[in-house]
Ligand binder design. Sequence first.
Ligand code: NAP
Length: 246
Amino acid sequence: MTDFQGQRAVVTGATRGIGKAIASALLRRGVTVIGTYGSDGKAAQRFLEESGEVSDRLFLHQCDVSSYGEVEALYGKIEERFETIDILVNNAGIRRDGVLAMMPEEDWRRVVDVNLTGGFIMSKFGVRLMLKQRYGRIIFITSPMAHMGFAGQSNYAASKAGQIGMMKALSRETAKRNITVNCVSPGFIETGLLDDLPEALVREYRNMVPLRRFGKPEEVAEAVLFLAGRKAAYVTGAVLEVTGGI
Ligand code: NAP
C-alpha cells in the first residue's frame, strides 16, 4: 500500500517527456492515471505497451487542452467512469520560439492557448470534481523562463509566468476545501522539447547550470509526487524549482 493507493490522477501531455515520467511514477504507486496527448497517437500506443501490467490503470485520450469543448467532453467521460479525481497535473506545453518583433500572431496565440489557457480549462473542470469531495492536488509545470525570459521566448515566458499567477489565485480560492495548488518549475530537462536546439546553445545552457548537467524527467516527477501526496497538505501557492541550481 502507498500513500496514493486507489487515487485517480489526470496528467496532461502524459505520453512523452516529463508528463510520461509523472504518469509512470503515479502508476507505480497504485494511482489510476487518465492521461491526455495532443496528436502523437503512436507515442500514446507505445506508452500503453511499455506500461505492462499497470496498463489496466492507464487511460489515454487525445484531447487538445486548449479546446474548451474537448476538455469538457473528456471530463464528462471521467466523471461517468471515475466520479472524481484526486490529482491534476497541468503538464502539456509547447514552444514556438522567435524574437517578438518577428513573431507571427499565430505563434503567440498557440503557445498561450496551450500552456496557459489549457491550464485554465483543465483546472476549471478538474477543481469542480475536487470541490465535491473536499480534497485535491493541482500541480502546474511552469518554467524558470517565467522570471528569466530568454530572448526568443516572449510567448513561452509569458505563458509560464501566467501559470504562476493563476496557480497563486486558485490556491487561495480552494484552500478552504483542502485543495492545494502549486507549481513545479523544471530547468533544462532532457526531453523532445529541447530537440530543436543547436548544439552550441545546448552547451551554453549546460554551462549555466551549477550542477553541470540537464535534469531527467524522472527527477521532475519526484517533485510532483511530493506535492501530489497527502503529506504535502500544508504546501500551497508554492513554486518548487527542480533546476540544478539555475
Ligand atoms: P514534450 O516532450 O514536448 O511533451 C509534451 C507533451 O504535451 C506531449 O505528450 C504532447 O502530446 C503534449 N501536448 C502538446 N500539445 C498539447 C495539446 N494542445 N493538448 C494536449 N497535449 C499536448 O515536452 P516536455 O519537455 O516533457 O515538457 C512538459 C512540460 O514541462 C511543458 O509544460 C514544458 O513547458 C515544461 N518544461 C519543460 C522543460 C524542459 O527542459 N523539457 C523545462 C521547463 C518546463 P503530443 O506528442 O501528442 O503532441
